[in-house]
Design a protein around this ligand. Structure first.
Ligand SMILES: *Cc1c(COP(=O)(O)O)cnc(C)c1O
Length: 362
C-alpha cells in the first residue's frame, strides 16, 4: 500500500560527505529525533553508530529510552528534557541538555540525593533564537553551578536561528560573536574545558569555520540542507510510494471529495490513493498544490485531502488500479514536494505517519 523505502547506502554517502566538510578531529552528532526525521530511529541510529558517530541526539527522553531499549550504547544527548522525566533520563543513561535554571536545579538536586558524581551534562545558551537556553547574562550563575562535582560538563552549545541565510548575515554573526564570548568565559574558568558546538546541517555548509569541536546534523543525513546547491551533493534517503485503490470517470461538472472540493471542468479520470492527512500528506497539498508521479507523469491532487485517502487527476495519464504512484524520492525531491504545499522537508518527512510501511534497502 504505502511504503517509505529508505536507502541506507545513501545515509552512508551523506555521512561521508558531511565528514569531508569538517575536520577529522571534529565530532559529528547524529540527530535522530522525531523517529529520525520520520524514517526509523532504530535503523538509522544503528547505521550511524556503525558509521562512527560520536554521539546521537534526540529531542525528548522517551526517544532516548527507545534507543537504549534497542541496545544502542553510545552517548545520547537529549535536547529538550522536561523536569518531570529527569529520573527516567538517569535510568536510561541519557545526557540532558540543560537550558534553564529550573531544569538545572532540579537535575542537581536529583543527582545530590542519589549521590551521583560527574554525571555528563550539556549546557545550552540562547544567543538569539529565543527558544530555549540560558541567557548569556546567566553565564556566571551557570559557571557557579557546574563547579559542583555532581556534574561533568561534556559540552556547551548554542543553535543558530538561520544557519542557511545568505552570508553575510548580521544576525547570525551576532549569535556567533556571543557564543565565542561565552566560550572564552567558560574556558578561562575551567581547567578541563568541555567541547563547544554551534552548527546544524546547513551550518556545516555555510559556516564550516565555526565547527568548533562538534557539529549536530540531522536533515543532511537524510539528503536535505535548505539550499538546492548544497542538496545537490547529498542523496535523499526516502522514497514515498502509494498504489491506486480505485479509478473513477467523473463527468464534466461533477464534484470530487469532501465539501465538493473540486468541480471537474471537463470529463475527468480520478485515481484515489490510500494515503491522507493522517499519514502526513496534509490538507495544504490539496487543491492542485501537490502532485504525484504516475509512469513519470504528474497528476495533481484535487480537492480536499481526506484523512485516509486523496484523489488525483489522471485524465491524461495511462494508468490502472493497483499501480504504483510516487510522491517523492526518485524523480522529485521531498524538498520540492514540500515546497508545493508551502512546507519544508523537515515538516513533510517528520509528519509521515506510522501507517506507512518503512522498507530498508542498502
Ligand atoms: C534538530 C536540531 C539539530 C539538527 O538540525 P538539522 O538542521 O536537521 O541538521 C541540531 N541542533 C538542535 C538543537 C536541534 O534541535
Amino acid at each position: 500500500m504505502n511504503t517509505l523505502t529508505l536507502h541506507l547506502s545513501h545515509l552512508d554517502h551523506n555521512y561521508t560527505y558531511l565528514r569531508s566538510k569538517i575536520l577529522p578531529k571534529t565530532q559529528l552528532v547524529g540527530v535522530v529525533k522525531a523517529a529520525a526525521y520520520g524514517s526509523s530511529s532504530i535503523a538509522i541510529a544503528k547505521r550511524l553508530v556503525k558509521l562512527g558517530v560520536s554521539y546521537l541526539a534526540v529531542a525528548y527522553v522517551e526517544e532516548g529510552e527507545q534507543l537504549r531499549n534497542e541496545g544502542i550504547k553510545i552517548p545520547i544527548m537529549v535536547f529538550y528534557p522536561q523536569i518531570n522525566n529527569l529520573e527516567s533520563l538517569l535510568t536510561s543513561c541519557l545526557e540532558p541538555c540543560l537550558y534553564s535554571q529550573a531544569l538545572m536545579e532540579n537535575f542537581k538536586s536529583i543527582l545530590l540525593k542519589k549521590k551521583i558524581k560527574q554525571y555528563p551534562i550539556h549546557i545550552k545558551y540562547n544567543t538569539g533564537l529565543n527558544r530555549l537556553g540560558f541567557s548569556p547574562d546567566q553565564c556566571d550563575w551557570v559557571i557557579e553551578q557546574i563547579k559542583n562535582n555532581c556534574f561533568k560538563v561534556e559540552s556547551i552549545y548554542s543553535h543558530l536561528a538561520a544557519s542557511e541565510a545568505k552570508r553575510p548575515s548580521s544576525l547570525c554573526e551576532r549569535q556567533i560573536e556571543l557564543f565565542k564570548a561565552l566560550k572564552t568565559k567558560h574556558e578561562k574558568l575551567s581547567d578541563q574545558p568541555p567541547k563547544f558546538h554551534l552548527l546544524n546541517s546547513s551550518g556545516v555548509f555555510n559556516y564550516p569555520e565555526y565547527q568548533f569541536d562538534m557539529v549536530r546534523c540531522g536533515i543532511a543525513l537524510h539528503g536535505f540542507a535548505n539550499h538546492p546547491h548544497w542538496e545537490a551533493e547529498l542523496k535523499p534517503l526516502g522514497v514515498l510510494q502509494s498504489t491506486i485503490s480505485q479509478i473513477h470517470q467523473v463527468k464534466k461538472g461533477g464534484f470530487i471529495g469532501y465539501d465538493h472540493g473540486w468541480k471537474a471542468p471537463n470529463d475527468t479520470k480520478i485515481a484515489t490513493l490510500p494515503i491522507g492527512h493522517a499519514d502526513g500528506i496534509g490538507r495544504h497539498y490539496g487543491h492542485h498544490k501537490g502532485s504525484v508521479l504516475i509512469h513519470g507523469k504528474q497528476a495533481p491532487i484535487v480537492g480536499n485531502v481526506c484523512m485516509d485517502l486523496l484523489m488525483v487527476d489522471v485524465t491524461t495519464v495511462d494508468c490502472k488500479e493497483g499501480e504504483t504512484v510516487e510522491f517523492f524520492g526518485h524523480t522529485k525531491k521531498a524538498s520540492a514536494f514540500a515546497q508545493d504545499g508551502n512546507s519544508i522537508s523537515y515538516e513533510l518527512l517528520s509528519s509521515l505517519g506510522p501507517r506507512i510501511k518503512r522498507v530498508f534497502k542498502d
